[in-house]
Design a protein around this ligand. Structure first.
Ligand code: 9D3
Length: 254
């Protein structure tokens, strides 16, 4: 797979792909990540990428021309659009999910367009992009960090990117997932804070039951929305009823 990232701040991408899973995937030749300066696709002396909004209003808007030229340049004329995604990062996009990461992981080429300012000329969303994506309901300064998020989420799904132990693991959130159970490691007593006895007991069935119960409790407290679509056993539902009756305090009501 190849990513092409279009940005006016290419220097922001120096570090993030040089560590961990993404670095290993690049070294193994599973993914190539190329960062382009949008200003290299302008034609005027001042390398202008933005202009004032038609209709008036605050701020500046990305012009369509440099973005169209950049996408046409990186994809070449073979615009078959088979296994090619052109992603516009914008607060107006569909919110990125694990399901979208799985779908995009099937692509051979992904172009990520990072917006800034007040926005991007709508003709990019309408006539160039195949996807318009936001990473969540909070206001950032631009699409660069969202692009980094999306690259990392997709790269770790590429076959061979994870160790085989990790790759076999079921994804939280994906389909019917709930949050992970709490993890502990040594020491068993840290400044008087004890690891739950059951984890030291060696009773594997009991440990599995405890972990599922704690995962359900964490999900009920922090992400009750996930329980709507979660795949739950009859035993899970019984445990949830019991947890709801005990009603753990949420961060909000504390
Ligand atoms: C929604 C706010 N907009 C109306 C006043 C202005 C605006 C704010 C911030 C327009 C663009 C931006 C820059 N953000 C992104 O480009 C962006 C983003 C985000 O802010 N949050 C979550 N996902 C994304 S993806 C791109």
């Amino acid at each position: 797979m190849r990513f092409d990232i279009l940005t006016i701040f290419p220097e922001m991408f120096r570090g993030p792909f040089d560590y961990g899973i993404v670095r290993r995937a690049r070294e193994r030749g599973l993914v190539e990540i190329v960062v382009h300066n949008l200003r290299d696709f302008t034609t005027d002396k001042h390398r202008t990428v933005d202009d004032r909004p038609f209709g008036g209003g605050e701020g500046m808007v990305f012009k369509p021309e440099p973005i169209f030229r950049a996408v046409e340049s990186v994809l070449g004329e073979r615009f078959d659009r088979e296994r090619v995604a052109v992603v516009l990062l914008t607060p107006q996009g569909r919110v990125f999910t694990q399901a979208m990461a799985r779908q995009l992981a099937q692509c051979a080429r992904i172009v990520l367009i990072c917006g800034r300012y007040e926005g991007v000329d709508e003709r990019v969303a309408e006539h160039l992009a195949t996807h318009e994506i936001s990473i969540g309901d909070y206001v950032l300064a631009g699409g660069e960090i969202p692009a980094m998020v999306i690259v990392e989420a997709i790269v770790r799904l590429l076959p061979g990117a994870l160790g085989c132990e990790e790759s076999a693991r079921r994804e939280s959130f994906a389909e019917g997932g709930i949050l992970d159970h709490p993890q502990y490691t040594r020491p068993a007593d840290f400044r008087g804070l004890r690891v739950p006895d059951v984890l030291l007991s060696g009773h594997h069935a009991e440990i599995a039951r405890w972990r599922r119960r704690m995962a359900l409790a964490k999900t009920l407290r922090n992400r009750p929305d996930l329980l709507e679509k979660a795949v739950l056993s009859d035993e899970d539902r019984r445990v949830l009823e019991e947890l709801r009756r005990a009603l753990p305090k949420t961060d909000e009501s504390r």
